[in-house]
Design a binder for this molecule. Sequence first.
Ligand code: TRP
Length: 400
Amino acid sequence: MFADRVLSGMRPTGRMHIGHYHGALKNWIKLQEEYECLFFAADWHALTTHFDESETIADSVWEMFVDWLAAGVDPTRATLFIQSRVPEHAELTLLLGMITPVGWLERVPTYKDQQQRLVDRDLSNFGFLGYPVMMSADILVYRANKVPVGEDQVSHIEVTRELARRFNHIYGREPGFEEKAKGAIKKLGRAKAKRYETMRTAFQEQGDTQALEAARELLEETQNLSLGDRERLFGYLEGSRRVILPEPQPLLTETPRVPGLDGQKMSKSYGNAILMREEPAAVTQKIRTMQTDPARARRSDPGDPEHGPVWPLHQIYSSRETRDWVWKGCTTAGIGCLDCKQPVIDAIIKEQQPMRERAQKYVDDPTLVRNIVADGCERARKLAEETMRDVRDAMGLSYD
Ligand code: TRP
């Protein structure tokens, strides 16, 4: 508990495209090497905007999992699961809802934004407004401290942090906290106790956040503490409450924005996507028909690489030399537009080759995917249940 744990989720949108790969999955695959990771299909989240298309969700979930596995998410390292198969998400959502000021939700930028953008959808629902509460529960129910997300999700993590703080403030109170915390310090052993106290003082008296971080690390490394003592010691660093739900940090995925075939944001619904496991012939055809700089009406007209949607793909897929070659060739009419596109076509096909291979066995035998996810749901559920026991306890709802 309170050790590093990564959690991230995606709404089920069916087959993944190269925007998902470069924007998220590639990063997940790196993270799974280093951290305990939990990755889930956010099927309830899909309902917040698409409650009237619920019958398509299940197929989308399975397709999405195949692509995660194809990308290299490793089920022996990461736990893959479905949100709705872990009902503790719903319980924590409900409980957090009790302490969520409505104003916090109305002020989340995506709330008004999406309402304005998705005009064909009815978004004046409790569920849609409460979306960040559910997302907070997704994270806090695992006490995950690292959440890889894109820029657009950062405001939701901020809500999560505020909710965790509020929860701890309201329910982390306990009679005799200070004495209990002091008792717990003693259990650290003399050397660690001294370091803990020095760092706590440095933070409380001088606002030394590095000392705070170091003290937390010290606690993370300490194995022989009871859950209650651990919560007290985390809490005592900053104040007079136990920390039942730790505040997570967003891990911003630095990604080149992958444009679609038409230069707009890549999205299956815009029909401008290159799928993660696209047939090579389809990759070739899609790239070959991409728009080019209108200034190059004839092969002999020079152009500007930045006047077309192919250049951003070179920035993702091409080496420096290739990019220099493109730049020079385009601006001097030394190469044609199809010449320019070929290295991108080759690179995408090459990148996708191992994905197509990895996916094959799951396509041939879908029960493999079902089993991986069934295992993942079970594992996730155990972790979530641990947190919920503690949450109910703190709230006085244990009835034992
Ligand atoms: N809201 C995220 C999105 O739309 C998906 C998501 C749901 C999520 N719950 C999460 C991401 C928890 C990270 C952590 O992309």
